[in-house]
Design a protein around this ligand. Structure first.
Ligand code: ADP
Length: 490
């Protein structure tokens, strides 16, 4: 089924079939499922509802393509990735429209995501030429010890709906740069952005079988990807609950894994902070993508002496935000991905209220529809409230008080998550003390926007392992092979 309501400059970017071995193919039984617009529920497209058999064929295609792809020169791989990057940039507007339609975020943010997602392809195109091995001093002159880096092989990529473009490019780009081939399973809600990327990859000349995409039943597709011996690695971004399940499923074949799981980011504002900068950082970190970001500030820890000042500045800024459809001009916050997600957020707000939190801004579902939640600020929040203990994944800023630096650190670390944390202070000593004490993979210091292709993104504790982006991001797709060469002196 084709839909024409997107007004794409390039209608061929709207793909609805699975992408296996360089061909667009329907599900074996012809089944499809509907992708809808979260802003209003309208049907956008019917998309191939695949299962185990299509996934097996995608793995076969990726396995068959592996030898050829890993044997291309790094420079050839870099050139292919570079062409893909350029085609994505040239189609930025169409890709952003597709993304907003299926995901809901404001068009300006969608354009930003396309550019951000493409930046990983550019970065890893460049990095592919800089995969270095090592030589090691031997214990005897009769030996030479050499370390080679090799691609891990076929990689499964399972990605979420919150960044349907960038979460995929962050995985596919380093995988391809390293010489791996991939089978991707995009989130059910947002396959159109993924398919458009595959279409452009094909146009860029990336050979058939190197990138495959299967959409449909997560458990059936995931069951094959995690248990198949030819798949040597799983790179997953999603919830901690599903990530733990997939880790267990990967144990049977001892797969390498990269896990980007949920967070519970503290945003700590000390009394010496630049309050305007802290509010700007809070808005960027908390309300981008309607709060549906794993590095989103989840809890604001604000020092007693500036609590009222920070609160009133944040409330004024939040009240000035415009909620609406992502494709309407002037909108700052779009809908949540679906009504269940909005219900969960409203439930968290209500739970906090019953335990004594005050609503300083927003606090309700909007009249715009079942997926729209008003940007919300809660004050007098305490640690036992679910809003502090769970990942909110919505536009709600809960403000907790603290008195001393030690209290702030203890509160910040009181979670099993460890993805991102934010600290606002102008005291250089405190910056180092608090950054050192933070049990997190990423710390934003006087900065609310921390993610870019040059830096290592990833968490510790139950937020996962592995890093995406940066030179470290390539390591996740490389194996080490050690050559011990003897008989040199004979
Ligand atoms: P979110 O809360 O962001 O939707 P999920 O962890 O549910 O996070 O989803 C992230 C990705 O994991 C999606 O592509 C989803 O389809 C996939 N997924 C969910 N359950 C499974 C499963 N049992 N096997 C494989 N993939 C799954």
């Amino acid at each position: 089924m084709r839909e024409t309501g997107f007004n794409l400059n390039d209608p061929e970017l709207l793909r609805t079939a699975a992408f296996i071995d360089g061909s667009w193919v329907p599900a074996d039984d012809g089944a499809s499922y509907l992708v809808t617009d979260p802003a209003c529920g309208r049907t956008l497209a019917g998309v191939a509802n695949c299962g185990a058999n299509e996934t097996l064929r995608a793995i076969d295609a990726a396995s068959a393509a592996l030898l050829g792809w890993r044997n291309t020169s790094a420079k050839e791989r870099a050139n292919s990735l570079r062409r893909w990057f350029e085609l994505i940039n040239a189609s930025c507007e169409d890709l952003a429209r597709l993304l907003t339609a299926e995901q809901g975020k404001p068009l300006a943010e969608a354009r930003g995501e396309i550019t951000y997602g493409a930046s990983y392809i550019e970065w890893f195109a460049e990095e592919s030429k800089r995969i270095y091995g090592d030589t090691i001093q031997p214990g005897s002159n009769n030996q030479r010890l050499i370390v080679l880096k090799e691609p891990v092989g076929v990689v499964a990529c399972i990605t979420p709906w919150n960044f349907p473009n960038a979460m995929l490019t962050r995985k596919i780009a380093p995988a391809l740069a390293a010489g791996c081939t991939v089978v991707c399973k995009p989130a059910e809600a947002t396959p159109l952005s993924a398919f458009a990327l595959a279409e452009l990859a094909q146009r860029a000349g990336i050979p058939r079988g190197v990138i495959n995409m299967v959409t449909g039943d997560p458990a059936k597709i995931g069951g094959v990807l995690t248990r198949h011996a030819q798949v040597r690695k799983l790179s997953f971004t999603g919830s901690t609950r599903v990530g733990k399940q997939l880790l267990a499923d990967c144990a049977g074949t001892v797969k390498r894994t990269s896990m980007e799981l949920g967070g519970n980011a503290p945003f700590v504002v000390f009394e010496d902070a630049d309050i305007d900068a802290a509010v700007a950082g809070a808005l960027a970190s908390k309300f981008r993508n309607a709060g549906q970001t794993c590095v989103c500030a989840n809890r604001f820890l604000v020092q007693d002496s500036i609590y009222e000042r920070f609160t009133s500045a944040l409330v004024a800024a939040v009240n000035a935000m415009t909620l609406g459809r992502g494709d309407e001009a002037g909108v700052d916050i779009g809908p949540m991905i679906n009504a269940d997600a909005a219900d969960k957020v409203i439930g968290l707000i209500n739970h906090a209220r019953t335990l004594g939190a005050r609503v300083a801004a927003g606090g309700r579902r909007s009249k715009l529809g079942s997926t729209f939640v008003e940007p919300t600020v809660l004050t007098e929040v305490t640690s036992e409230m679910r809003v502090c203990r769970e990942e909110i994944f919505g536009p709600v800023a809960p403000l907790q008080r603290f008195t001393t630096e030690g209290d702030a650190i203890a509160l910040a670390n009181d979670t099993r998550a460890g993805l991102a944390a934010y600290v606002y202070t102008r005291d250089m000593g405190r910056i180092w003390r608090v950054s050192d004490a933070m049990e997190y993979g990423i710390v934003g210091v006087n900065e609310g926007t921390i993610s870019n292709e040059m830096a290592p993104f990833g968490g510790i504790k139950e937020s996962g392992h592995g890093r995406e982006g940066s030179r470290y991001g390539m390591d996740d797709y490389l194996e080490i092979k050690y050559l011990c060469m003897g008989g040199i002196e004979s």
